[in-house]
Design a protein around this ligand. Structure first.
Ligand code: F8G
Length: 224
């Protein structure tokens, strides 16, 4: 078992108890996590191909054209796992631009679905390289809305080092668990703001059955 399998299982756990909602995992690791959840704890999870179809174990099982996604977003029965170029202590996310707004040094993806997602339904983040470049004191542009800016459903952040949530009185980020072999200091050293560290656990390792499923879902080990 490798670290990335722990990350996939942690992404699967994002959907624990979700029931019949639309899962929108952006990127390979969140996708493997959502598929693993569907095969284990959450058989009613709906998985979109990101274009027009809902996918089941045996192929297409429903039609969800792009415009319909907005209805689901507004209705709230969705959990998106987005990426983040920058993320701050209250879960403000930036995928739009780096640097001064009038003269950015990098133009990134834009706002995309981030504002609507974060005000309408549960949102988590996957950060493949936990670093001070991503975990910043202040994001350059707010794409996804954080807990200090109003109504918002940031749930968890899964990184290559740990799992974080926002279960603190002021909705700021808290360390939930470090992955096996990772120290709390390693997380703090790579985070550009103070973290609530409370009673930090170790992220669970996937079971043998889950490891077999992950191998089936990703036989070529693209996850590595
Ligand atoms: C930086 C930093 C940084 C990057 N600091 N520099 C530099 C300094 C880096 C590179 C350069 C480029 C509902 C919905 C939608 C929809 C609908 C429906 C969504 C509304 C669907 C379609 C739509 C949003 C989904 C995601 C994003 C997933 C990732 C990426 C990434 C990396 C964002 C993390 N901090 N960072 N630089 N989308 N993608 O040195 O410099 O900038 O950097 O939900 O869409 O529209 O809405 O991004 O960046 O969740 O997670 O992987 O662009 O690849 O290439 O690293 O090399 O050029 O010099 P990236 P990268 P250089 S929901």
């Amino acid at each position: 078992m490798s670290r990335i399998d722990v990350c996939v299982a942690a992404c699967a756990d994002l959907f624990l108890g979700a029931g019949e909602i639309l899962a929108s995992p952006m990127g390979l690791i969140p996708q493997l996590g959502a598929k693993l959840a569907r095969l284990t704890t959450e058989p009613d999870l709906l998985l979109s191909d990101g274009e027009a179809y809902l996918l089941g174990e045996h192929g297409v099982e429903g039609w969800l054209p792009y415009r319909k996604v907005f209805d689901v977003v507004a209705h709230g029965r969705r959990h998106v796992v987005m990426g983040a170029n920058q993320l701050d202590r209250f879960g403000n996310q930036n995928i739009s631009a780096i640097g001064d707004h009038d003269k950015p040094t990098r133009q990134l993806l834009g706002f995309r679905g981030a504002p609507g997602n974060t005000v309408n339904h549960r949102t988590s983040y996957w950060v493949p390289k936990h670093s001070r470049r991503v975990f910043v004191p202040r994001v350059d542009v707010v794409s996804g809305v954080g807990h200090d800016r109003g109504f918002h459903h940031a749930y968890r952040v899964v990184t290559n080092l740990c799992v974080l949530d926002f279960e603190t009185p002021d909705g700021s980020m808290r360390l939930v668990s470090t992955h096996p072999g990772v120290t709390v200091d390693e997380v703090l050293d790579n985070t550009g703001f103070p973290l609530d560290i409370g009673e930090t656990a170790t992220t669970r390792e996937p079971s043998r059955q889950e490891l077999e499923l992950i191998d089936k879902l990703d036989p070529d080990h693209a996850r590595d």
